[in-house]
Design a protein around this ligand. Sequence first.
Ligand code: BG6
Length: 491
Amino acid sequence: VKAYPAAITIFGAKGDLTKRKLIPALYNLFTDHHLPPAFNIYCVDFLAVDENEFRKDMLAGINEFSRSGTADEVTWNEFAERLFYIQGDFLKKETYTSLCEKIKAFEKQNEQNSSRIFYFATAPRFIEIISEALYKHNLCNRDGLDRIVIEKPFGTDLDSAKKLNRFLAKRFSEKQIYRIDHYLGKEAVQNIMAFRFANYVFEPLWNRKYIDHIQISVTEQVGVGKRGGYYDSSGALRDMIQNHLLQLLCIVGMECPKAYKSEVIRDAKTKVMKSVKAYTTPQVFKNVVRGQYTAGSINNMPRPAYRKEEQVQSGSNTETFVAAKLFIDNERWKGVPFFMRTGKSLPAQSSVIVVQFKDTPHKIFKDDIVPNRLIISIQPELEISLLFESKVPGLQMKLKPVEMDFTYKESYTETIPEAYEALLLDVLHGDATLFMRADQIEAAWKVVMPIIEAWEKYPEKDLHMYKAGSCGPTASGNLLKPFAKEWYELP
Ligand code: BG6
């Protein structure tokens, strides 16, 4: 890949994402020599902040949140020289003229065009405003070089997502638009494609004939923290299911793409997303469980009820937990439930996909057989294990399930990049494989819309309360019947 100089702009410089994820990721890419020799990072935000203070704050972010720990002084100083703070109101023309001057000066200094990247780490209401300004100021108009990166949430429902897609399409080509879902950048998620399509052992079994059901579980120990304002109007369905969990479903459920090429892969993912069966309102209440946490404790620390969290309305019915049973209506998956579960204030942080195989059809042993199970652990541990039956040593034919384990720790010495490192590098290289296309995002909204509508129509119906620190509402376990007795046990 030809390394153009990169002019990277981050709108929303003072936000959490910039400090916790974006700058640490860019810093690690720099440390590992993945950034082009010439690059500048322009961080734009409304507040008046001294540039040196801003840099210090970003260094504190790296020291606290980066996978590589405390920054090395020499490397940091080299990096910091290329990190700038621009105070600017996103609504004002001057912000963009000043940004434009800086980028042009950088390009002049390099005597070369640069690839311009504009990262929207802002509240969603600014996406259209900033896009329009970039367009008007001709800041992002070279198809092959200039790109915008848009964080979730992408719209708040199908109509707003469509509207936003149309708005962007009038100003940029689809090739320039990178809609981020950071789950797709996670190492263990990227590995699912390799696991499925580079090993001939599993793919022939990867269908309704051999698979009983699949569980996709993303649990979090954290509550809503300081994000109550955003979260209360979003909820777990929009915050997690519409994007991260449905993306995982696509990777697990997609057909083998014809080639490892961005558009071909995105076509395959979109196709499976479009095959997810949409529910009627009564079906929603039968197949989707919502919950909200009440006061409890985790690791012996008291936790407030969701309704008592900062910026959350006292009578809020927003769900902090969702469990759903979804079906993919195609030949491969007909009748195989995909169970999804996600929630906050649960006992552990864990993202796991469990593929439960069917029982053996012909029984020759006395013992009950535990069907095979493949467990793909995405975090905190990166592991794949296969559960299978084995004879217990001894003089009798007695069976017991055992595990065959692959752990990253034991198999690799390489460091594991953060999702944002992988994704930012892909943006710099112009590789959209791990980003969501307009049609895929709309297809994902189509899956959740009937659920949103049913819940909006009956705001209090079947909103199950669960204690912070418990595994969520018991109703979520009932959803699994008769396929499974319980959800994959949290660590
Ligand atoms: C974000 C959600 O997209 O993903 C958060 O908005 C959630 O609510 C987070 O906590 C989870 O990401 P991760 O990488 O920590 O599993």
